[in-house]
Design a protein around this ligand. Structure first.
Ligand SMILES: Cc1ncc(COP(=O)(O)O)c(C=O)c1O
Length: 395
């Protein structure tokens, strides 16, 4: 560690004190933790021959997820992107609609809107939660949209704005209650992108259960994994039934005939992934505890830092601390990149926040609000290693 920049020194010193030396292989940003139980259940699944979209682990996994999130229904899906696509389709997003999404998000949030033939309409972030800012959204809609016959329209493009997709950034719950109020005022359907926030709560209510429906991801980089995987949560019986049907090619049950009554999707999670999911779900509380210890160590470590702060869970919420994050005291791309390069050179796999979605070539002509906060955050945020393994089993 040779450096003269004090910001770099303080950054690397905290990483080293919390994570230890990186050794011969780099310390990942977030890696899965696969144990004996995972091996047992996946082997059992393989031996049973039920490896595809039917099998006991799918229903067991869905029941476990519904219980953990206190959601009436959980439908296991092949991945978080497909879950979001299907959720938007099922709630009635139509080709040519606009859907409000935060520009500070992973690309799947906007792509899933495009997969519906709709257009993402980018909105700004809250500097505290890092999620969509409900007050900035209200201001934007009051100046740029109008309600006609109960439907919201963009006054510039004339298009219907049918839904909003809040996202809980890096696992930190956004201001969902305020967002629901704005959505009611403007007759918008809320589909929560909770891909990053399994185990994150507002009060005692799990993220992803506030809107009409919510989606999760169990990609290998998430708090727990099914290899690839996702889920849709909803408390709406009719919607759950429709989603289940649409996720399995809209096949009407029959002993031998192929009857399908809609153009639908093959999006159901395979049983073999669900077997892995059942084992991982049984260890979720341990992962969450270990991640809270890691976050606490980081918070202590960065408390005396002069040029950066550790991002903590918003007041009144419990975050899963999926990806631990520091924020520079002021936006500074050069410093951000210097810290990233130095950490990576020392074996700590840090990452910047995603490039803002409205700047990506396929979304650059999409409508947008003013985005000053997201621009600042993009230049200020760094994700730091966050795997549960560092403090697993510790109290
Ligand atoms: C915010 C957000 N939305 C959606 C997704 C998509 O999930 P998946 O990778 O399972 O398709 C992810 C994660 O990868 C994500 O971080």
């Amino acid at each position: 560690m040779t450096t003269s920049n004090p910001s770099k020194q303080e950054f690397l010193a905290v990483l080293k004190s919390v994570l230890g030396e990186s050794g011969s292989s780099p310390i990942a940003l977030h890696e899965p933790n696969i144990g004996q139980r995972e091996n047992e259940l996946v082997s059992k699944c393989l031996s049973s021959g039920w490896v595809s979209s039917v099998g006991e682990y799918i229903s067991e996994f869905e029941t476990g997820l519904a219980k953990f999130t206190n959601s009436k229904h959980a439908i296991a899906i092949v991945n978080g992107t497909a879950a979001l696509h299907l959720a938007l389709h099922a709630v009635g997003v139509k080709p040519g609609d606009e859907v409000l999404v935060p520009t500070l998000s992973f690309v799947a949030t906007a792509n899933s809107v495009s997969h519906c033939g709709a257009i993402p309409h980018f909105v700004d972030s809250d500097p505290e939660t890092l999620g969509l800012d409900p007050l900035a959204l209200r201001e934007h809609l009051s100046a740029n949209a109008s309600l006609r016959d109960g439907e919201l329209h963009n006054t510039t493009t004339g298009r219907r704005i049918s839904a909003v997709v809040p996202m809980h950034t890096f696992g930190h719950p956004m201001q969902i209650a305020a967002l629901i109020d704005v959505a009611k005022e403007y007759n918008l359907t809320v589909v929560e992108d909770a891909a990053e926030s399994i185990g994150s709560f507002v009060g005692k209510v799990h993220t992803g259960t506030f809107g009409k429906c919510g989606t999760l991801s169990f990609n290998g980089n998430k708090t727990f994994t099914t290899g690839g995987g996702g889920a849709i949560l909803t408390n709406d019986d009719e919607l759950a039934k429709r989603i289940r049907h649409l996720a399995t090619t809209a096949k009407v049950p029959h002993d031998y005939e192929y009857i399908h009554d809609a153009v639908a999707f093959n999006y159901r999670m395979p049983n073999i992934n669900a077997a892995l999911g059942c084992a991982q779900l049984s260890r979720l509380d341990d992962f969450l505890s270990a991640k809270r210890i890691l976050a606490k160590k980081y918070a202590e470590g960065f408390s005396s830092a002069r040029s950066m702060q550790f991002v903590t869970e918003p007041h009144g919420t419990t975050s899963n601390y999926w990806l631990n994050t520091i924020r520079l005291n002021k936006p500074d791309l050069a410093l951000r990149d210097e810290l990233l390069s130095a950490a990576r050179a020392d074996g700590y796999m840090c990452r910047p926040a995603w490039n803002l979605l409205h700047t990506l070539p396929m979304h650059e002509s999409s409508p947008r609000a003013k985005l000053p906060v997201a621009q600042n955050l993009w230049q200020s945020l760094i994700n730091i290693p966050s795997s549960a393994r560092h403090y697993l089993g510790q109290k």
